[in-house]
Design a protein around this ligand. Structure first.
Ligand code: NAP
Length: 276
């Protein structure tokens, strides 16, 4: 098996993910994969990069689909014997004025942003090689939403001992509480996207802790980050940052040098560790 380093970015056919791939094509010494749930959109992105003189590869990945995640896992195992850089960027957000019932928005948003991202991690983290880098794209909104949770929930989400199972239970409870329309009474903020990103940030803290406990000698660094407010289909044309600017912090974390011992298990914005 050739020892070519490999980087994978989820949801990279457009937006910040596409710009992360573009930057990695320039800076990462190995193969870089655009992944997309729709192969047509993914190939189109590869072609666009080719026109810029950049060479990216493509593999299908729908993070809502466990079979699709496992197909990518098997491909990476077979072709590369693992993975060096994983950027979990894929995500969704309902528009502010969307009239879809809140409970549906909660279920759909959590399904992709939290449960989909978690499934990718469950399948791909064991493949990450020594000195690998993992970046989970969260949002500053996760911190704002945390501040609007009840004291009891805040304590749980800030805990250094919360387990992944406990986090999954809490994320599931949020969805169930919205269905019964008791989420606010139960201490949740009124934002499905915000809660989904609390899930991503806390998941990252837990995963980093697990790496410390189980694979300390592998020097893997895993962090959550916010790209800033970026002009994409998700955030609209009024945002101050271009997608390339939004890619800067995720790419910085994806390319932390092999002699770096941090950041690890942090929430990072503008290349700076934030308090959680
Ligand atoms: P975007 O332009 O809407 O792009 C989202 C990407 O995720 C698209 O490629 C989309 O694919 C993909 N995706 C959605 N669901 C997927 C699934 N189930 N499986 C695989 N891919 C899926 O949004 P963006 O602004 O670049 O956002 C990228 C990340 O940054 C997200 O996690 C977002 O929450 C986060 N973020 C963005 C901002 C901002 O201001 N833009 C701020 C903070 C955080 P399709 O083309 O097939 O839909």
């Amino acid at each position: 098996m050739p020892n070519v380093p490999v980087a994978v970015v989820t949801g990279s056919n457009k937006g910040i993910g596409f710009s992360i791939v573009r930057a990695l094509c320039h800076q990462f010494p190995g193969d870089v994969y655009v992944t997309a749930r729709d192969p047509g959109r993914g190939q189109e992105a590869v072609k666009k990069l080719q026109e810029e003189g950049l060479h990216a590869l493509f593999h299908q990945l729908d993070i809502d689909d466990l079979q699709s995640i496992r197909a990518l896992r098997d491909f990476l195992k077979e072709k590369y014997g693992g993975l060096d850089v994983l950027v979990n960027n894929a995500g969704i957000a309902f528009k502010v004025h969307d009239t879809t019932p809140f409970a549906v928005q909660a279920e759909v948003t959590l399904k992709t942003n939290f449960f989909g991202t978690r499934n990718v991690c469950t399948e791909l983290l064991p493949l990450v090689k020594p000195y690998g880098r993992v970046v989970n794209v969260s949002s500053m909104v996760s911190r704002l939403a945390l501040g609007r949770c009840s004291g009891e929930l805040q304590q749980k989400f800030r805990s250094d001992t919360i387990t992944e199972d406990e986090l999954v239970e809490l994320m599931t409870k949020f969805v169930e509480d919205t269905k019964k329309n008791v989420h606010e009474k139960e201490g949740w903020p009124n934002t499905a996207y915000g809660v989904s990103k609390i899930g991503v940030t806390v998941l990252s803290r837990i995963q980093a802790r697990m790496l410390n406990e189980k694979r300390k000698d592998d020097h893997i660094l895993l962090n959550a980050c916010c790209p800033g407010w970026v002009r994409t289909d998700m955030a609209g044309p009024k945002a101050p940052k271009s997608p390339d600017e939004g890619a800067e912090t995720p790419v910085y974390l994806a390319l932390l040098p092999s002699n770096a011992d941090g950041p690890h298990g942090q929430f990072v914005s503008e290349k700076t560790v934030q308090t959680w």
